[in-house]
Design a protein around this ligand. Structure first.
Ligand code: GRF
Length: 200
C-alpha cells in the first residue's frame, strides 16, 4: 500500500476533493494507495475540520513556531515519515492549497513524489495574485496547473492543466471561484494518474 500525505494551509477544498475521490473510488483497492493524513501549517485552517470529518489523521505544525524555514520543513518531513512508517513505497506528498514555499532540502527529500497545484496556466503567472494578474494582462483564458515540485518555485514538470475563460467584468474573486471548481476535478485525476505510474 502506498501512503498519500496532504499538506494544506486554509480552506482545504482541493484536499477534500482528493479525499472524496479516494473514498468514492476506493483507492486502497483500485490503486493500492491510502490517505495517511493531512498536515496544516495553521491551526485555524478550515480544511482541518473537513479532514477530521472525513475520518483522517491530522497534524498541525504551526510555521510561526519555527524561526527557520528549514526547521519547519524538517518537522513536516518527520510527520510524513511517521505516517509512512512501513509503507511499501515512499509516500506521495500532495501540496493542496499549501501556501508555504518549501526548501530545496525538503524538495530533495521528496524528489519525484511531491506535487502542487497552482492557480494559473504555468509557466504564466508563477507566484501570487494569479487571477488579478491574468485579468490585468487582458488574458482571455486562465486556469490551474498541477506540477511536480522542484527547487524553483512554480516551475516543475507540468502533469495536468485546466483552462477556463476570463469573462467580461470578471473580478479576481469571480475568476478564482471558476478556476477552483475545475481544480477540484483536475487534482484528483492527476494524483490518480501519478499513482498509476510505475515506481522507480
Ligand atoms: C487554490 O486556488 C489553490 O490552487 C491555491 O490555493 C487555493 C485554495 O485552495 N494554491 P484550497 O481551497 O485551500 O484547496
Amino acid at each position: 500500500m502506498r501512503n498519500i500525505v496532504l499538506l494544506i494551509s486554509g480552506g482545504g477544498s482541493n484536499m477534500a476533493a482528493i479525499v472524496a475521490a479516494a473514498q468514492r473510488e476506493d483507492w486502497p483497492a483500485t490503486l493500492g494507495a491510502r490517505i495517511a493524513g493531512v498536515i496544516s501549517n495553521r491551526a485555524d485552517a478550515a480544511g482541518l475540520v473537513l479532514a477530521r470529518e472525513a475520518g483522517l489523521a491530522t497534524a498541525t505544525i504551526e510555521h510561526r513556531n519555527y524561526a527557520r524555514r528549514e526547521d519547519f520543513d524538517a518537522a513536516a518531513a518527520r510527520q510524513i515519515a511517521h505516517w509512512d512508517a512501513g509503507g511499501e513505497v515512499p509516500a506521495l506528498v500532495v501540496l493542496a492549497g499549501f501556501m508555504r514555499v518549501v526548501t530545496p532540502a525538503f524538495v530533495a527529500q521528496h524528489q519525484g513524489r511531491l506535487l502542487n497545484i497552482h492557480p494559473s496556466l504555468l509557466p504564466a503567472f508563477p507566484g501570487l495574485h494569479t487571477h488579478q494578474r491574468a485579468i490585468d494582462a487582458g488574458c482571455r483564458f486562465a486556469g490551474a496547473t498541477v506540477h511536480e515540485v522542484t527547487a524553483e518555485l512554480d516551475h516543475g514538470p507540468i502533469l495536468g492543466q485546466v483552462v477556463v475563460p476570463v469573462l467580461p467584468g470578471d473580478t479576481a474573486a469571480l475568476l478564482a471561484a471558476r478556476v477552483l471548481t475545475q481544480e477540484h476535478l483536475l487534482y484528483p485525476r492527476v494524483v490518480k494518474d501519478f499513482l498509476r505510474r510505475p515506481i522507480g
